[in-house]
Design a protein. Structure first.
Length: 48
């Protein structure tokens, strides 16, 4: 368990999680799949 930040990296792709609850996903292309409902929740959701 990391105390402040945990990052997984492979080439130019990365997932970073911080102790304050932030999650950052970076990559050339990101795919998300769901067999049921796919929900996105947030105070503000920005598209493009």
């Amino acid at each position: 368990m990391a105390k402040r930040e945990l990052s997984l990296r492979c080439g130019s792709a990365s997932i970073t999680m911080t102790a304050d609850g932030r999650v950052t996903i970076k990559g050339r292309q990101i795919t998300s799949q769901a067999t049921g409902a796919h929900r996105i929740r947030g105070g503000t959701i920005k598209l493009n």
